[in-house]
Design a protein around this ligand. Structure first.
Ligand code: ZN
Length: 109
């Protein structure tokens, strides 16, 4: 995946962000293999959601999680797309099935 170093993305406190198949990192930040795998999972989620619906769902679920957890970071961490990515970004290879993120919709805590 293409990586673009820049001064603005991602927001402070986040390691990397994948937008439309490109990874953005702050200038000088070294990407770990785990982060690259994490962003690759997001890329597959994005493609199966036809790009637009990935970002739409991501935003809507973040708002729902924000109401649920009343904490921005916790809300982010519990978006189904993030739950799937964090749970599997250490697996090489991650034998992923299509729409695997839907298994992470349900709360397990
Ligand atoms: Zn993520």
């Amino acid at each position: 995946m293409r990586v673009i170093e820049n001064k603005y993305l991602p927001p402070a406190g986040y390691g990397a962000i994948m937008l439309f198949g490109v990874i953005f990192v702050r200038t000088g930040v070294k990407l770990s293999p785990r982060t690259i795998r994490h962003e690759e999972i997001h890329k597959r989620q994005m493609i199966e959601m036809l790009v637009l619906f990935f970002y739409l769902w991501y935003g809507i679920e973040w708002l729902i999680r924000l109401i649920q957890y009343r904490n921005r970071k916790e809300a982010y961490r519990n978006i189904s797309f993030e739950r799937e990515a964090y749970a599997n970004d250490e697996l090489t290879p991650y034998d992923r099935t299509v729409f695997a993120w839907t298994k992470y919709l349900k709360n397990n805590d």
